[in-house]
Design a protein around this ligand. Structure first.
Ligand code: NAD
Ligand code: DAU
Length: 331
């Protein structure tokens, strides 16, 4: 299969490209604009005969048309992905997440190509800490931030293009990913690299907020299964039963790096901060036979810490500017 991966120079996209090229015989073309979040260094060492990189914007209809004409399937990761940035300046989120997805869907319609749309559990809003229910494929959409509302909008576009134009698409909504190649603006890499730099981790608000962590490699294996066996027009939730509150995660990072567990600062909370996400991935597991490989968060986190320790060249160029942005917001 010749696969086109949008946003393949970002965190989860690059993990997916590495996964596909090592686990299958497929060839991969990455289409990526290389925004601040894209990094070609995340795609080093891939087999040259099965990998191509194209720098470009998913809103560029002419480029997208040419690429769709010579591929069998598209996996769409490209997005503006960070909630805090969307509170600061929502516009790029509308352009890439809404208009970009629309541009791809129009090309998918023209070329009759198999399309998989990568989305997030944040489209469902948040849960109370003691709510026994978790998100399922039937949970109503209720996004909170400019980021999650544009992702929700893009999901709805995909559903409409399936129903109205017969586009052969599937959607997956995944929980919070961790692992190598994640930008230092995100929670886990920010705290790891702070400690490695001798800075204190920064916890928003009380730290009671819960995220449902999954290793990026498990996200990749789930997407491959959906591409191979998923039913057209359907949505699959991806999660690995990894609920943890932010305070516990910060304490774990500090402990694993040999620091006192309380050596962190409380900083300004995120406006509209979602309290808890939790995924019920029964459908994916029972209908498509998927299971996560990383079932031990502490071990996965330790490996991630080692990756950041060994790859300072990869993250150091982004660190100062990222921290300056946070500092300006009291975070
Ligand atoms: P990321 O910010 O690390 O990477 C996004 C990539 O998209 C970058 O390489 C960037 O250069 C590229 N890009 C941005 N705008 C583009 C455009 N207009 N044209 C072409 N390329 C463009 O994001 P991520 O964390 O890897 O997330 C990838 C996808 O997974 C997103 O759709 C996100 O909504 C979804 N998702 C993320 C998580 C998570 O925990 N990070 C969880 C569930 C779903
Ligand atoms: O749930 C999936 C989503 O997970 C994806 O759709 C998003 O693209 C991805 O960025 C992520 O969103 P979050 O907002 O949950 O991730 P973030 O890493 O920004 O923050 C995780 C939690 O940690 C959140 O409760 C806010 C908190 N936080 C974050 C930072 C950066 C802190 O306490 N301190 C911090 O410094």
């Amino acid at each position: 299969m010749k696969m086109l991966v949008t946003g393949g120079a970002g965190f989860i996209g690059s993990n997916f490209v590495h996964h596909v090229l090592s686990e299958t015989d497929h060839s991969v073309t990455v289409l990526d604009k290389l925004t601040y979040a894209g990094n070609l260094a995340s795609l080093e060492g891939l087999p040259k005969d099965r990998f191509e990189f194209v720098q470009g914007d998913i809103c560029d209809a002419e480029l997208v048309d040419e690429l769709f004409s010579r591929h069998d399937a598209v996996v769409h990761y490209a997005a503006e992905s960070h909630n805090d940035n969307s509170l600061d300046d929502p516009r790029p989120f509308l352009d890439t997440n809404i208009i970009g997805t629309y541009t791809l869907l129009e090309a998918a319609r023209k070329h009759g190509i198999r399309f998989h749309h990568i989305s997030t559990d944040e489209v469902y809003g948040d849960l109370e800490l003691d709510d026994p229910e978790r998100f399922t494929e039937h949970t109503p959409y209720n996004p909170s931030s400019p980021y999650s509302s544009t992702k929700a909008g893009s999901d709805l576009l995909v559903r409409a293009w399936v129903r109205s134009f017969g586009v052969k698409a599937t959607i997956s909504n995944c929980s919070n990913n961790y692992g190598p190649y994640q930008h230092v603006e995100k929670f886990i890499p920010r705290q790891i690299t702070n400690v490695l730099r001798g800075e204190r981790p920064k916890l928003y608000g009380t730290g009671e907020n819960v995220r449902d962590w999954i290793h990026a490699d498990d996200h990749s294996s789930a997407v491959l299964v959906i591409l191979e066996k998923g039913e057209i027009g359907e949505t699959y939730l991806i999660g690995a039963d990894g609920e943890k509150n932010n305070k516990d995660v910060v304490e774990l990072i500090l402990t694993q790096l040999g620091q006192p567990a309380d050596a962190y600062d409380h900083v300004n909370d995120r406006p509209g901060h979602d309290l808890r996400y939790a995924i019920d991935s029964t459908r994916l597991r029972t209908e498509l036979g998927w299971a996560p490989r990383y079932d031990d968060f502490e071990a996965g986190l330790a490996a991630t810490i080692e990756w950041y320790r060994a790859n300072e060249n990869w993250w150091a160029p982004q660190k100062a500017a990222t921290e300056a942005r946070y500092k300006a917001q009291g975070q």
